[in-house]
Design a protein around this ligand. Sequence first.
Ligand code: ATP
Ligand code: MG
Length: 402
Amino acid sequence: MPMRKTGRYESVIVGGEKVNAFVPFDLPPMRPALAIEDKLEHRLREAEQALVRLDLAGEMVPSLDWFIYAFVRKEAVLSSQIEGTQASLIDLLAFEAEEHPAANADIEEVTNYLDALAYARGQLAAKRGLPLSMRLLNEAHKRLMRGVRGSNKQPGEVRRSQNWIGGSRPGNAAYVPPPPDKLPELLGAFEKYIHADEKLPALVRTGLLHVQFETLHPYLDGNGRIGRLLIALLLEHWRLLKAPLLYLSLFFKRHREEYYRRLNRVRLEGDWEGWTDFFLDGIATIADEAVASARELFNLVSADRTRLLNTESASVSAIRLFEQLPRHPIVTVASTMKLIDASKPTASRAIETLTEVGILTETTGRKRDRSFAYRTYMECLRVGTDLFDRSPAGDQASNSIG
Ligand SMILES: Nc1ncnc2c1ncn2[C@@H]1O[C@H](COP(=O)(O)OP(=O)(O)OP(=O)(O)O)[C@@H](O)[C@H]1O
Ligand SMILES: [Mg+2]
């Protein structure tokens, strides 16, 4: 017996094959309603408190902007990796440091994610910007799907054909989302729920909306990434977090099998409680890890700054360059000239000083066109973003679904 019914099935013919597409009921969960009590209530408190700590960690540092810069990039890389994009955080930072970067489809996907997020946040913050809506998500999708891989995936448009998840054809799929003609109504209700008066806590609703979005699977591709972006937007929209400092994709990457299983269980068993428990655990875990990471980064930068200031040869230019490093952890002589508005010899000397103190390391091994990295800082930030690295407690990787 399922805990509750969460939708109905509709027979559709795809490619000459008859399959059952799932049409979910509108949110919120009903019969029985989702009750946040006992264990879930405890989980909710923990997640909310962890988010408050993360907000405070952001507020306590003098330069919140570089935490945002760093953590947003971390999330962009992680969210793109779930899809199988082979770009690492180091690749992204190196790409951004280059004067004439060469195009590369993996990096393009990550920078598209950054564009999509920046666009959506900009709209939400602007007086006359789009509200949190399908129109906004479609615009974000358009930016996400720009370029080589996405151009044939109807960028910015809700799908007009039947899709499926896992399997080589609909008949052996793990999941067949609703038929396209049902989407306008379903997405209308989805949007309405975002702005509805609801007594469920905002954090819980964020989790419900993510699942509903994945269940509707409104696009031909990029549903996972837009669904994860939606989480970031909702956290800000509902003021659960003032800045996008949570890289929750790390949790989904670490527990990918469980993540897919939980999504399935909502549909098959009506287990919204199990999903909510998992989701809140993810929020609390990653928020606490982000607090620890912010502290570590901050301590590292503070210690290096002290060391630099105690170095006799430290010029004003070297100190100014150092202050730019958290946002530009890879530099060249040319980029330094721009960053600190200096001549070539001054820029070179600033780099030299930071290299002597052990803050910068030359990375190319070349005599010309050299580039220098703030390596200890990048190492600190990189945790969890390596392609095949998983937490000790994580599930085994699997490509069976998605
Ligand atoms: N059984 C399932 N039921 C509902 N949604 C699922 C299921 N399995 C996977 N998903 C969702 O579908 C997403 C994959 O869909 P899609 O390929 O359109 O998105 P993507 O952004 O290109 O990929 P990815 O999320 O893997 O990075 C997964 O991230 C997950 O959120
Ligand atoms: Mg995909």
